[in-house]
Design a protein around this ligand. Sequence first.
Ligand SMILES: Cc1cc2nc3c(=O)[nH]c(=O)nc-3n(C[C@H](O)[C@H](O)[C@H](O)COP(=O)(O)OP(=O)(O)OC[C@H]3O[C@@H](n4cnc5c(N)ncnc54)[C@H](O)[C@@H]3O)c2cc1C
Length: 439
Amino acid sequence: MSEKIVVVGGGLAGLSAAARLAHNGYQVTLLEKSPKLGGRAITIPMKGFNFNFGAHAIYARDISILSRLENEINLNVDWKNFSPSKAFYDMGTFTTPMPTTLEGMYKTKILDGSNKIRFGIEVMKTLANLERGEEGTPIGKYLDKEPAQVKDMFLTLASSNFFSNEPEKIPSPLFFHYYKRFFGNMAMGSHRKRAVSYIGGGWQAIVEAFAKIIEKNGGQIIPKEKVTRVITEGNRVTAIHGKENVYEADHFIFCVPPKECYNLFNETPYQHIFEEFTKYSPTIVVVYDIGLKEKIRSPFTYVYQKGERVFITDISYYDPTCIPEGGQLLQAIAYLNDDEIAENKADEKVATIETVYDKHFPGWREQLVAKRLSKKAIVQEIKCINDQRLMPTKFYSLSNAHFAGDWCQGEGQLSELSFTSAYQVTSHIMKKNTTQEHN
Ligand SMILES: Cc1cc2nc3c(=O)[nH]c(=O)nc-3n(C[C@H](O)[C@H](O)[C@H](O)COP(=O)(O)OP(=O)(O)OC[C@H]3O[C@@H](n4cnc5c(N)ncnc54)[C@H](O)[C@@H]3O)c2cc1C
């Protein structure tokens, strides 16, 4: 008899864990409180447009879990490569190419000649593991030894990858670990320089692909089933309660945020282990999508307004399935730091975004058909800054409970944390060697 698994939460972490285990012969039941699967990775149809909550950009694609799952469980991913020649920094008075390729590095004006060389050396040192940061030192302080332009370049890069308005607070060891992996992926050989890729069909396509694998392998998906209670006996979870049903299993995977774990374990002796993680602050952004009747011509598919830390992506350039014929879907994201959140600065960010749209996509107001605005979108449940830490995927006092999500320890940032933590958990259950390198 194969083991029974209950997965709580149908976001990217829960879906990927359930699909991998179902594919490997486990009896999987996935419980999701909402009527729709996907969690924060949802796609919302409106007036012929498909608005994705988030740009579904996958960083370091070639070493990503999604790439691995393509081969391992036949996950269907329609990759759409980021176009570096159409990616620019808006420096206020001029725009300049992003240095994401050698050509971009040659052309960009974000660094002058000697600083380009210095930056290149720092990238090589990161790749060679000669730069590893310093425990307890945030990257802003650590980079004080660099020329101002080089420091600024690294922090600008980190603000994009970590979706952060305070990249200087990222712990320096995490920073170099992240970029060793990221730059390494770009340098993997001439045909493998895919630092960023989007997903054709948006998050919806991935969510449906996972659901299909779960159901094809006999797994059960139960929407509108909010888990309310966890029952433990000794060091094991024995059951969880839904609205009316009780679910028993050999292993339980909780793919719900720490605050929810804290509530669910309320009547057990284990509630306290989640407390620390309920106190940490999330990464929050303003996200403002616009659906346009006609395409506005622009040399950019990605433009980053450096001064305001606002970026616009032409999502429909990468994913034409999200627009009606002839239309265009643009997504703007403005990063927020803790002070800005406390001072309710989201409205100011909305106004800033509109001026950036005016500058780079003039005439958008006349073409507007539909828009979607979120002034407080949670990109990552626990922000990776000094004095905060991600939750473990396993507490050894609880032998058959596992945890995954973008608040858990794993590789990368954003959804990559959801996927890698889920992969770690499923490997643990399958007793596979998780340290084995891909490829
Ligand atoms: C604006 C924005 C832009 C983004 N852009 C990117 C990007 O470009 N690239 C990228 O990689 N990532 C991006 N992200 C991040 C990405 O969306 C998240 O990291 C990812 O979706 C998190 O998935 P998860 O499964 O870890 O968590 P969640 O999506 O939060 O899933 C948790 C699930 O648990 C369910 N649940 C909660 N409580 C219960 C309960 N008691 N019982 C049953 N179910 C329950 C919830 O309904 C939810 O479905 C972006 C996010 C945002 C908001």
